[in-house]
Design a protein around this ligand. Structure first.
Ligand SMILES: NC(=O)c1ccc[n+]([C@@H]2O[C@H](COP(=O)([O-])OP(=O)(O)OC[C@H]3O[C@@H](n4cnc5c(N)ncnc54)[C@H](OP(=O)(O)O)[C@@H]3O)[C@@H](O)[C@H]2O)c1
Length: 222
């Protein structure tokens, strides 16, 4: 991604969405934070602009953000995933939607629970239709790391989706955000990363870790 683009984050006022917004704006992109409340979105955008210095981040409603973004991230709790997809469906036609939703079912978030369609990402592709290139990624990246400027980021990103060019685009964005990303294959493979999040939550609790992650080994020689 050589030039600055307009990226939107539906549900961007939350922990993960604001972390992605921070990294994307820091990489030079314009970022719209979407929320159910335009006031809450504006507050979240102001907080990031104060931190970054500048005005790269703006706040608006989820539907406005979905309409504005060239690439639209979705970072909402699974309980609101289906309703939010329906809400933004029209605005995201023809675009890449990056679904970060993990199908967690509180309170048992450390146990893998999968939705009827197999995964959140497959559900998103079914709901949004073939006019939208759904990419799923960042499921295993803890929000705390995205907000952390002091330590090296040690969690790789796996990127899934049926369109390779769309995956390439998100790999490039990830790199700009300081994250190493890997093609993980078709959208059907997203179930693996979505499931792994519950395992990482279990590891966090069991070992007292703040944001366990994964790293792919066996990198090719450069
Ligand atoms: N946190 C992490 O470290 C992490 C890591 C990997 C993946 N994820 C996944 O990423 C997604 C977002 O995680 P998060 O921790 O950022 O979640 P969160 O803070 O609980 O929620 C994100 C945003 O979703 C919106 N939201 C909450 N309830 C909603 C509802 N009923 N309908 C519509 N919107 C609602 C809220 O925005 P408004 O109130 O402004 O509308 C909230 O700020 C989840 O699916 C999570 O599993 C999280």
């Amino acid at each position: 991604m050589k030039t600055s683009i307009q990226v939107s984050i539906v549900g961007g006022s939350g922990a993960l969405g604001s972390g992605l917004a921070y990294r994307l704006a820091k990489a030079g992109h314009s970022v719209a934070i979407g929320s159910r409340s335009s006031e809450k979105a504006a507050e979240a955008a102001d907080a990031l602009n104060r931190r970054l210095g500048g005005n790269k981040v703006t706040g608006m409603t989820n539907v406005e953000a979905a309409a504005q973004g060239e690439i639209v991230f979705l970072t909402v709790p699974f309980a609101s995933h289906g309703a939010t997809l329906e809400e933004i469906k029209e605005e995201v036609q023809g675009k890449i939607v990056v679904d970060v939703t993990v199908p967690l079912v509180p309170p048992r978030v450390a146990r893998v629970t999968l939705p009827p369609n197999g995964s959140a990402a497959v559900t998103a592709q079914l709901v949004l239709g073939d006019g939208v290139r759904v990419v799923s990624a960042f499921h295993n990246v803890a929000a705390t790391h995205l907000h952390d400027d002091e330590h090296e980021h040690e969690c790789d990103v796996m990127v899934f989706g049926n369109d390779k060019a769309a995956r390439d685009c998100i790999l490039a964005l990830s790199q700009e955000m300081g994250l190493k990303a890997w093609h993980g294959g078709a959208i059907d493979n997203s179930v693996m990363a979505e499931s792994l999040t519950s395992v990482l939550i279990f590891i966090n609790k069991n070992y007292g870790i703040d944001g366990a992650g994964i790293r792919i080994t066996g990198r090719p020689n450069s």
